[in-house]
Design a protein around this ligand. Structure first.
Ligand code: AP5
Length: 241
């Protein structure tokens, strides 16, 4: 696999894909490798909800029901984040845009900043597979860590001393805080998120395809395998940009 980071600057990348397709996992790896920040609107909204800010309190009800937070709220958050100095050399967007109005707003924001090269990588994973991935997802309960795991790849929990009768608990290998399931990973919320994805976000595939900036990436297989495909797609897109 080519290991030289793409030389396109700014390297503005969008990761598209259904909930649970691995956008967050791959965005984090790609951001480290390409040396640009990962921007997850889901993480920003969850941190705001945990902090109890007015935006966070408003967003929480939508997120827990598996619905999209209104465009005007999310667009403002994304624009503010993209304007930060660390995004001058590019960014990896994870979870934004998710609707056509969001995609149009992003296009205008980038154009106004004189940025035109955009690479869109679509992680292709079927509904059955994403449902399996989401049902096993566990996240760190400390919002400042927010590491993401899957029960299949976590180390076994340490046995508690005999006789205490407590439930054995898995802890975050990064920071030691408890691991929890996200409120919107409950079965009904996941079904709703998939309906929302197919209805409102999937049309963005055609939107970006018609602009000639879309690359499809097979998102099935283990994390390293998908990371290799994502990197190759990025290299190919940046080379042809
Ligand atoms: P957000 O946090 O963006 O959720 P999502 O898009 O539904 O995506 P997920 O975080 O569920 O999954 P992912 O694709 O990142 O997969 P992950 O890497 O974690 O948004 C949450 C909510 O916020 C939305 O529902 C909405 O309410 C609101 N929101 C956010 N942005 C918004 C916007 N722009 N507009 C409006 N509302 C917005 O992986 C999943 C699991 O699989 C993990 O356990 C992981 O370890 C595992 N895994 C990953 N890759 C693999 C692999 N290759 N093989 C096996 N397991 C894998």
């Amino acid at each position: 696999m080519a290991s030289v980071p793409p030389t396109v600057v700014p390297l503005d990348v969008i990761l598209l894909g259904p909930p649970g397709s691995g956008k967050g996992t791959q965005a984090q790896l790609l951001a480290q490798r390409a040396g640009v920040p990962q921007i997850s609107t889901g993480d920003i909204l969850r941190a705001a909800a945990a902090a109890g800010t007015p935006i966070g309190r408003r967003a929480k009800q939508y997120m827990e029901a598996g619905k999209l937070v209104p465009d005007e709220v999310v667009i403002g958050i994304a624009q503010e984040r993209i304007a930060q100095p660390d995004c001058a050399r590019g960014f990896i967007l994870d979870g934004f845009p998710r609707t056509l109005p969001q995609a149009e707003a992003l296009e205008k924001t980038l154009q106004a900043a004189g940025r035109s090269v955009l690479i869109v990588l679509d992680l292709d994973v079927d509904d059955q597979q994403v449902t399996r991935r989401i049902s096993g997802r566990r996240v760190c309960s400390d919002p400042s860590c927010a590491a993401v795991y899957h029960v299949d790849t976590l180390p076994s929990p340490c046995p508690l001393p005999e006789g205490e009768g407590r439930v054995r608990e898995r802890r975050c290998p990064e920071c030691g805080a408890g691991l929890v399931q996200r409120a919107d990973d409950a079965e009904e919320a996941v079904r709703q998120r998939l309906r929302v994805y197919h209805g409102q976000t999937e049309p963005l595939i055609d939107y970006y395809e018609s602009r000639g900036v879309l690359r499809r990436v097979n998102g099935e297989g283990d994390i390293e395998e998908v990371a290799r495909r994502v990197w190759e797609a990025l290299q190919a897109a940046a080379g042809g940009a």
